[in-house]
Design a protein around this ligand. Structure first.
Ligand code: COA
Ligand code: MG
Length: 292
């Protein structure tokens, strides 16, 4: 369960320290675009130093490392790889070959540091036109991939469109990524909402992408965390309704019926499947270290 994935610039020890107290489902110490080139090495060291305290309460850590063409990826990875991180997130993935190359770099490093092969997961960023059109193949290019992120800012550079507050320019890319992720059996996470003081806008956008099939969204500011956690968490009334769906369906089945009704709506097999998924998600959220 990754409802909220909070970016923290890797060259900011003060922010990384503060992040230990935040309720994000995962913390994403960033080595990529929030860190200027001359500070890349410093960011690596600062992040490596902060991983133990960030991971102390059992929360997952997902550093973002620099992309392959930068030549920084291997050293970035070496600085953070270990049992405390869930994996890495990597920006500017263009093709399946990028993933295959990263997968083999990780595999070699896992054996070098004595980590179980496959421990380190990957969340690639789909943020070019080519990657959007090849999203399914990218999602399936490595068993390490547990989810994919849609990057709106880089995509706007590639496509030459302007980013707007209501975000209609991303509609196709969001749907394409959500469908590809689901088809590959992984999760889709949405681009951060950059107007970090606009909580109503974030709420609207998070609900909108949830309806497109996204399971979480990146955050750039602590004020965004609780909004994302609550949007991507089933509400008490949704949980209650799901329980009632399961009950009335069980009663109907006992009478030999495959369809029944609840509150004037038809209940049949897919509705029950969805209800079970709601209960399962709620139970998984309850098990999170930051579930409160
Ligand atoms: N992680 C940890 N702490 C953060 C934070 C973050 N992502 N964003 C803000 N904070 C802290 C600030 O340090 C500040 O702490 P303080 O009150 O102790 O001084 C507090 O939260 C309030 O911050 P605020 O003053 O509202 O914002 P800001 O102007 O300091 O920072 C940004 C705004 C956008 C620069 C900052 O949120 C940020 O750097 N976000 C991440 C950017 C990033 O990683 N981008 C790459 C991915 S797209
Ligand atoms: Mg990007």
């Amino acid at each position: 369960v990754l409802r909220s994935l909070l970016f923290v610039p890797g060259n900011r020890p003060d922010m990384l320290e503060k992040a230990t107290g935040f309720m994000a489902d995962t913390i994403v110490p960033d080595m990529e675009d929030s860190v200027p080139f001359e500070q890349k090495e410093k960011a690596r060291e600062i992040i490596a130093l902060n991983i133990p305290s960030l991971a102390a309460n059992g929360r997952t850590i997902l550093p973002r490392i620099n992309s392959l063409p930068t030549g920084l990826l291997e050293e970035d990875l070496y600085a953070v790889i270990g049992p405390s991180i869930l994996g890495v997130t990597v920006g500017k993935i263009h093709t399946t070959q990028d993933i295959e190359e990263i997968d083999s770099i990780i595999l070699a490093m896992e054996s070098r540091v004595g980590l179980t092969p496959g421990h380190t997961k990957i969340i690639p960023w789909i943020e070019t036109a080519r990657a959007v059109t090849e999203a399914l193949a990218i999602c399936k290019a490595s068993k390490r991939i547990i989810g994919v992120a849609l990057g709106g800012e880089d995509l706007s550079v590639d496509m030459g469109f302007t980013r707007t507050t209501e975000g209609s320019e991303l509609t196709y890319a969001r749907s394409a990524v959500a469908f590809a992720a689901t088809a590959a059996g992984v999760q889709a996470y949405d681009t951060p909402y950059v107007s970090f003081r606009d909580s109503e806008g974030l709420l609207r956008e998070a609900n909108q992408v949830k309806q497109l099939g996204f399971k979480g969204k990146f955050a750039i500011h602590p004020a965004q965390i609780e909004i994302l956690n609550s949007v991507f968490r089933p509400s008490p009334s949704e949980i209650d309704y799901a329980r009632r769906v399961i009950e009335v369906y069980a009663d109907a089945r006992a009478l030999g019926r495959g369809a029944t009704s609840l509150d004037g709506r038809m209940i049949d097999a897919p509705v029950v499947e969805r209800a079970k998924a709601t209960i399962k998600l709620a139970e998984s959220i309850e098990k999170l270290p930051n579930s409160s």
